[in-house]
Write a protein that binds this ligand. Structure first.
Ligand code: CTP
Ligand code: MG
Length: 391
């Protein structure tokens, strides 16, 4: 990269009429942030960009700063009625301390891969006066005369133009000065071409698709969503009922004439649940993380095991979607405690109560649970985990 400063002009002075929705589209939120905020964050993240100026419509300063809450406030410049007027206002504001290069970017293209900026700046470093990202056209292209089919336009002569567009600052200033005042331009690169400057085409990116119409917000949200996969795990545990110990089930203490004996507080429900979570993570079982032979877990509250499993899910970039539990015993009756257990487990996993199901059954007095010798619990857990990149 040669010497000199690079400034990004971020255009956010449009009305967003085609997108509708009451508030200009650049201030609307997608993937947790305003479009303007996303674009500003990406431009600032590139090490070769020295400053970003944001162009806003008259009277939109407060709305812009609100859309950027939590971020360092950028320099705001008032734009104009047409896109070209907004770019011209930025060029005039920068003229006092002219940068070497400018990037002109639409706030309506929030997701900007830094590699695109690399390619643009490489093209300028190679001597071009301008460079723009383009994508190939994949559909058959035809001329349309109203509803009548016209001839095919060869696809290999066409490309879809995106932003950011990179220019040598003096070249862009000259191009704007030469373009007829009464004509708009949807694109600065055409202005450069009109004064005979060479503009290089570099590879664009599907993430840079512009948000134009109402349906584009949902598409942008989906484009940003990380691909997830669903993983299910099962858990099963049994503990013996014994006199003289408290009965812990699903993180609450239940009054009963006997309690569960064993490892830790012997909360059989949480143990099954933790095994189900670990199973969905394919990360062993509760015994491999908290060995019964390890004295530090004697009498421990099982809620700590559940917190550990919950945090493992978060560490893997996943989330618990649902847990379904079955408690198998003759006594105590679970019904009166069902809601309390569900709420406690949901709180421990940081889930909503409707993501946790607690069921109970007897075994018709058959087997060890039927004879009241112990309590069994089983769990099925579903997790959403980031899809592994297997290509
Ligand atoms: N833009 C601008 N000043 C204008 C017009 C547009 O800064 N006078 C900006 C928009 O804010 C947007 C980008 O240029 O980030 C691309 O323009 P477009 O998608 O057409 O946005 P709007 O003009 O806001 O939308 P519409 O044409 O539907 O009203
Ligand atoms: Mg417009």
């Amino acid at each position: 990269m040669d010497q000199g400063r690079t400034v990004a002009i971020l255009l956010a002075a449009g009305k967003g009429e085609r997108a509708g929705g009451g508030v200009p589209k650049q201030f609307r939120v997608v993937a947790g942030r305003s479009l303007l905020g996303h674009a500003l964050e990406r431009l600032r993240a590139h090490p070769a960009i020295d400053a970003v100026v944001v162009i806003v419509g008259a009277g939109q300063q407060a709305a812009a700063l609100e859309a950027l809450a939590g971020m360092a406030a950028p320099r705001l410049i008032e734009g104009g009625a047409r896109r070209r007027d907004s770019v011209a206002a930025a060029l005039a504001a920068l003229a006092g301390d002219p940068p070497t290069r400018v990037l002109v970017h639409d706030a309506a293209r929030p997701f900007l891969p830094l590699a695109v900026i690399d390619r643009l700046l490489e093209a300028l470093a190679g001597g071009a006066a301008g460079a723009i990202p383009v994508l190939p056209v994949v559909d058959t292209m035809v001329e349309a005369a109203g509803d009548r089919l016209g001839p095919v336009v060869p696809r290999d002569r066409l490309a879809r133009v995106q932003t950011p567009q990179a220019f040598r600052f003096p070249a862009l200033v000259a191009a704007h000065a030469a373009w007829p005042t009464d004509e708009d331009a949807s694109d600065d690169a055409q202005m450069l071409r009109a004064i005979g400057e060479s503009v290089l085409l570099i590879e664009g990116d599907p993430m840079l698709e512009k948000i134009t119409h109402p349906a584009d917000f949902a598409l942008a949200e989906a484009r940003r969503a990380r691909p997830m996969r669903i993983a299910a795990g099962t858990g099963y545990d049994v503990h013996r009922l014994a006199a003289g110990v408290p009965l812990w089930l699903g993180g609450i203490e239940i009054p009963h004439d006997r309690g569960l004996a064993g490892h830790s507080d012997a909360d059989v429900v949480i143990h099954a649940l933790v095994d189900a979570i670990l199973g969905a993570l394919a990360e062993g079982d509760i015994g491999s993380h908290f060995p019964p032979s390890d004295l530090q877990w004697r009498g421990a509250a099982s809620s700590a095991f559940l917190a550990f499993a919950r945090d493992r899910v978060a560490a893997r970039g996943g989330r618990i979607e649902h847990a379904d539990l079955t408690i198998i015993c003759e006594a105590p009756k679970i019904g009166p405690h069902r809601a309390a257990i569900r709420d406690r487990l949901a709180a421990l996993m940081r889930l909503a109560p409707d993501q946790v199901s607690v069921k109970a059954t007897t075994t018709e007095r058959l087997g060890f649970t039927g004879r009241g010798e112990g309590i069994a619990a089983q769990a099925v857990v579903t997790l959403a985990l980031p899809a592994a990149n297997r290509d």
